[in-house]
Design a protein around this ligand. Structure first.
Ligand SMILES: C[S@@+](CC[C@H](N)C(=O)[O-])C[C@H]1O[C@@H](n2cnc3c(N)ncnc32)[C@H](O)[C@@H]1O
Length: 236
């Protein structure tokens, strides 16, 4: 069966970095980077490495992605080891890595049960896993009716990204933690990253007030309201 994520990312590879060159992504990347610097060490496997945003950060780095075109982009950035493979079937021996990273919605796109099991297998005992996913609070993926009802379940949604319809699973905080605990991980850190999206009119009219609201929201909203969750686990 055709993998829609693969065809989508083969298609978007050329403009992926340009598309994510915005305030919201920079804000998220800052938080990701803090945790990667704090926890990732030794031999690193980047599951769903994409265009290799983090490839240059580590000496012993292996990037893995289902999309060959994303890997081509990564290779232009950083000369590291890369493998074209599915997160659901990681092509490395048990306990090969000290740290596995899986950033920026990769887990939203695949069969998370298989992928989490595989990441656990590829890690050494005590190894670290750093993951970031789109959370259930990413409301733009819900229909108007669902939003009106306030019924935000975390089921698989068929969302349209570019020209493809994609199965995209959103997670609640509790679910995400349980999924990893069930697979044999212990939670070390959890963060919800909330980012105010610029209203389109803000491009034309700059209000000092918008900046203030943004600052207040980002500081005050508790982790449950994060649109992206970043979590760090240890293989027990
Ligand atoms: C939103 S991008 C994130 C890329 C990168 N981790 C980053 O931080 O920019 C999602 C990536 O996951 C990859 N992907 C989707 N499903 C996958 C799977 N089953 N196995 C491996 N990679 C997958 C896509 O090809 C894409 O490169």
């Amino acid at each position: 069966m055709e993998n829609h994520a693969k065809s989508l990312y083969n298609y978007t590879a050329k403009f992926y970095d340009r598309r994510h060159n915005n305030d919201a992504t920079r804000h998220l990347r800052k938080r990701e980077l803090e945790l990667l610097r704090k926890y990732a060490h030794g031999f690193i496997l980047d599951v769903g490495c994409g265009t290799g945003v983090y490839a240059g950060l580590f000496e012993n780095y292996t990037g893995m992605d289902i999309s060959k075109r994303m890997i081509n982009e990564a290779m232009k950035k950083s000369k590291k080891l890369y493998a074209a493979a599915d997160a659901e079937k990681i092509p490395f021996k048990d306990g090969s890595f000290d740290s596995v990273i899986c950033m920026f919605t990769v887990l939203n796109l695949c069969d998370y049960r298989k992928a989490v099991k595989e990441m656990h297998r590829a890690l050494k005992k005590n190894g670290r896993l750093i993951v970031s996913v789109a959370s259930v609070w990413d409301r733009k993926n819900y229909s108007f009716w669902t939003r009106l009802n306030g019924r935000f379940d975390s089921d698989v949604k068929n969302v349209r990204i570019e020209k493809d319809r994609l199965r995209f699973r959103l997670f609640t905080k509790d679910e995400l933690i349980k999924i990893f605990q069930y697979a044999g991980f212990e939670l070390l850190e959890f963060h919800g990253v909330y980012k105010w999206q610029e209203p389109y009119w803000n491009r034309y009219v700059k209000f000092g007030m918008t900046a203030k609201i943004k600052l207040v929201l980002e500081r005050l909203l508790p982790s449950k309201t994060g649109r992206i969750y970043i979590a760090v686990f240890r293989k027990v």
